[in-house]
Design a protein around this ligand. Structure first.
Ligand code: BES
Ligand code: ZN
Length: 893
């Protein structure tokens, strides 16, 4: 059993893995290696951990059954920020003669005075460490119980931080079984991946023994120790599912529990494999770096991503909880049972979990129109991947800090989108069947991207590998230029880049087209640079006004389309005549926006196109239209200050019809999506400076202050009201800021806190923005929540925010060391700039400060600044912009 499984995983090893000779002479030879050698591999860990919640330290003992496969004197494993007790180390009965801990490489090398016997032996050692406050490794989180501050102990090991908790072979392909034991204060809840087998109490302490886990990767090991309440339910198969919350708050866990149980049932069918563990716990952690983490059998969440309260949460909070739960539970199969062989294949985890989460949520909440909302993911993937500083889905990574940096929109959103593209090409049923056999084939083991393609090819007979390799090994994506030439539609592909250049990339593009009706459609692979599609039979039934051709039906493909003027005009008419699917309407406005940014079409024509959406009333479409409107508003402020207030008025006018329809007050029996639409439009109108909406927001805010339960300001509309309040705050009139801050301090609801944090920094007054930023440095704001403040910074506050970041840089890097958090700081302060001079200034500041954890984020941000600068130059020379704006403003709706 075990050795066979081991052999299986050894075969799957990446060739880039360290091939260091087992016969090294000294520990020094292992220095500078970011991958572990594989001549010794763990089979089973026996782990005892004793956290001290008061002192914020822990001690532990680990013993690992190790299989030695070639003659060696050395054992090499990972350890970081741990004090290993050298005198405790034994392999069988032997103490090492050399012990070297290379902090830089995060490895521990043990040298023995003799060759280790081939086969199985046991390595044991004791160690101590700190329960840190950095939300990684074994860390402490703070909560309040009966008005008293308390600590809990929590783990977050992905991507490479298990080594901060115990010495281990901390790479995903070293799967082993884990038997965990905890010694903790008797009154606390202590959880791990597996169920408890035995508990003994000794004075104030208890020892909790957990069942041995199946083969799993180190990054999925988890422990939580603190005070919690739980609610419980079970799947159809009888798996116990629990949601743990702060004491007294279990009612907020009901929604997630329900979604969790339904998702498990659904995934079991979809993957044709039962949930692999005896139990599943989901738990809300007050300090949490990411949104959630799929630890095997013990999934951890930040509170806002797990808890839902009928009275206090918004419809969008509800969606976020559902998507997050479905995503993490999808990982229990895709990620935990079958694990990527190395982080290069991270997208197999994240892209798939994201894609499958939409599948689950679509089936649980069909009225949410979830697959149309999926285009949000595709959009962010397309936007990021249009940068020269993007990266391929499959990307070389070695050092731990590089790994963290690829948890980005490429791995998640592009990953999920190319899966959707492939599924639509192969057909849903064939695709599902093949996925199920992939899961079976690689269960309890590891796989690479190519392993998945091989299974799909075998099951479907289609050239999956050739097709998909162009999408996963190559960064970027194509724009397809479509030109009508008589009865022919001429197509040409070129890599799309937002800086207006075209890259060298070439793709095998699954093309679809329909003409005049969705019933008249075609499907083919574009393999070369150009191709021609005959549309004779298509076009015959079409004429004049009604003639339109839409490529990339329902935006199933990860590419953009640039239509010639005639085709574009046809589509504009089709939009006005409501002939197109929601997804296609989204695709057209997104492509058009992206082409404008790249100066491949004018802002003038983008505004004309936006005008075609003025009667639209669907949330999913309008969410893309508003996002484009807000970007246009920002760029026009810098590009054409004289015209920008007219452009603002025009954008307001475009959104106003729909906004008037939904109003401020919820209507009986209205749909989930209309609730989302109301909040979307109110927020957009406030951001665009629409006086009436701002006044009404402030009026309702005052009513809300008198009566926090007033139906006049339900949670869905609060963000809009808070933003409205902050529009009028200034240093001389700061009541609004102080009142919001007071509400922030009073509430214990994470979602409400995040709404307020995202509003405080949106003030046009730069001194107030600085105050909001300074708030992040105080105990009032948890480090996990900094990005809400950063995400809200007003355009007017960007200079002040940048100056603030420079002033506080040393503190910021120390406090937010994780890649995603520090990248947020850089991205949100740098990206809003729009001039070459600013880009140069930023580069200079970071020349001596850049680190691998945010290097790519910095380059991407700088690229965005330069792209904006170029766009502005081009807008300045658009001859008919002013005239078009006036014309559209005068037009009656
Ligand atoms: N595996 C990730 C959590 C993670 C992210 C660990 C980054 C280490 C570094 C988890 O499955 C995840 O993807 N969480 C998402 C939520 C999801 C709904 C997209 C997150 O945290 O945002
Ligand atoms: Zn994930």
């Amino acid at each position: 059993g075990e050795v066979a499984a081991l052999a299986k995983s050894a075969v799957a090893f990446d060739p880039s893995a360290s091939d260091l000779p087992a016969m090294a002479e000294s520990p020094e030879q292992f220095r500078g290696q970011s991958r572990l050698p594989r001549f010794a591999e763990p089979l089973r860990y026996d782990l005892v951990l004793r956290p001290d919640l008061a002192a914020c330290t822990f001690s532990g003992s680990a013993s690992a059954a190790v299989a030695v496969s070639s003659p060696t004197r050395f054992l090499v494993l990972n350890a970081a920020e741990l004090a290993v007790d050298r005198s405790s180390i034994r392999f069988q009965d032997w103490a090492p003669t050399e012990v070297a801990q290379f902090e830089e490489d995060e490895i521990l090398v043990l040298g023995f005075d003799r060759e280790l016997p081939l086969g199985e032996g046991v390595l044991a050692m004791d160690f101590t460490g700190t329960l840190n406050d950095q939300m990684r490794g074994f860390y402490r989180s703070k909560y309040e119980y009966n008005g008293e501050a308390r600590n809990m102990a929590v783990t977050q090991f992905e991507a490479a931080d298990a080594r901060r908790c115990f010495p281990c072979w901390d790479e995903p392909a070293f799967k082993a079984k884990f038997k965990i034991t905890l010694e903790v204060p008797a009154e606390l809840v202590a959880l791990s991946n597996m169920p408890v087998v035995k508990e003994t109490v000794c004075g104030p302490l208890k020892t909790v023994y957990y069942e041995e886990s199946p083969l799993m990767s180190t990054y999925l090991v988890a422990i939580v120790v603190g005070l919690f309440d739980y609610i419980e339910s079970s799947t159809l198969e009888g798996t116990k599912v629990r949601v743990y919350t702060q004491v007294g708050k279990t009612s907020q866990g009901k929604f997630a529990l329900d979604v969790g149980v339904k998702s498990l049932d659904l995934f079991k069918d979809y993957f044709a494999t039962p949930y692999p563990l005896p139990k599943l716990d989901m738990i809300a952690i007050p300090d949490f770096a990411a949104g959630a983490m799929e630890n095997y059998g013990l999934v951890t969440y930040r509170e806002s991503a797990l808890l839902y309260d009928e009275q206090l949460s918004s419809a969008s909070n509800k969606q976020q909880v559902a998507i997050t739960v479905a995503h993490e539970l999808a990982h229990q199969w895709f990620g935990n049972l079958v694990t990527m062989e190395w982080w290069t294949h991270l997208w197999l985890n994240e892209g798939f979990a994201s894609w499958v989460s939409y599948l689950a949520v679509e089936s649980i909440f069909p009225e949410w129109n979830n697959w149309t909302q999926f285009l949000d993911e595709t959009t962010s993937g397309l936007r990021l991947d249009a940068l020269a500083e993007s990266h391929p889905i499959e990307v070389d990574v070695n050092h731990a800090s590089e790994i963290d940096a690829i948890f980005d929109s490429i791995s998640y959103d592009k990953g999920a989108s190319v899966i959707r593209m492939l599924q639509s090409y192969l057909g849903a049923e064939r695709f599902q069947k093949a996925l199920a056999s992939y899961i079976k084939k690689y269960a309890y083991s590891n796989a690479k991207t190519e392993d998945l393609w091989a299974v799909l090819e075998e099951e479907t007979g289609e050239p999956v590998k050739d097709l998909m390799t162009t999408w996963t090994k190559q960064q970027g994506y194509p724009v397809i230029y479509a030109k009508l030439n008589g009865q022919d539609l001429e197509l040409e592909q070129a890599q799309f880049l937002s800086d207006g250049s075209s890259g060298p990339g070439m793709w095998i593009v699954p093309m679809t087209a329909c003409c005049g009706s969705y019933d008249l459609n075609k499907k083919f692979l574009l393999k070369g640079k150009t191709d021609t599609m005959h549309i004779k039979d298509f076009a015959a039934s079409q004429s004049g006004q009604n003639f339109w051709i839409k490529l990339n039906i329902d935006q199933n493909g990860f590419y953009r389309v640039k239509y010639d003027d005639e085709l574009a005009a046809g589509l504009e008419n089709a939009i006005k005549a409501k002939k197109l699917s929601l997804m296609d309407m989204i695709g057209i406005v997104e492509d058009s926006y992206a082409l404008s940014v790249a100066c491949k079409q004018t802002l003038t024509s983008l505004l004309r196109l936006l005008n075609a959406y003025r009667h639209e009333s669907d949330y999913t479409v309008l969410s893309h239209v508003t996002s484009v409107c807000l970007s246009v508003n920002k760029i026009s402020t810098d590009a054409n200050p004289d015209l920008s207030s007219d452009i603002k008025q025009l954008l307001i006018k475009l959104l106003l019809l729909a906004a008037k329809r939904v109003g401020w007050d919820p209507k009986d029996g209205e749909s989930h999506l209309d609730v989302m639409l109301r909040s979307l439009l109110l927020i957009a109108l406030v951001k665009l400076g629409h006086d009436e909406t701002i006044k009404e927001g402030i009026r309702r805010f005052h009513i809300f202050l008198e009566d926090r339960k007033t139906p006049l300001l339900p949670p869905d509309n609060r963000k809009a009201a808070y933003l409205a309040v902050m529009r009028t705050v200034s240093t001389s009139n700061r009541t609004g800021y102080d009142v919001l801050l007071k509400i922030y301090k009073e509430t214990s609801e994470a979602q409400e806190k995040s709404r307020i944090l995202g509003s405080l920094s949106s003030c046009p007054d730069k001194d107030i923005v600085v105050q909001a930023l300074n708030l992040m440095l105080t105990d009032e704001v948890r480090n996990q929540d900094a990005f809400y403040v950063l995400g809200g910074i007003s355009l007017e506050g960007r200079e002040a925010a940048w100056a603030w970041l420079k002033d506080n840089w040393d503190h910021v890097v120390k406090t937010w060391p994780s890649s995603s958090l520090i990248s947020d700081f850089v991205n949100s302060t740098v990206s809003p700039f729009t001039s070459e001079e600013k880009a140069a200034e930023v580069s200079e500041f970071f020349a001596t400060r850049v680190k691998p954890s945010f290097e790519r984020a910095l380059k991407q941000s700088l690229e965005r600044v330069r792209i904006s600068a170029r766009w502005i130059d081009s807008i300045k020379s658009e001859p008919s912009l002013a005239q078009t704006v006036q014309q559209l403003l005068l037009q009656e709706f």
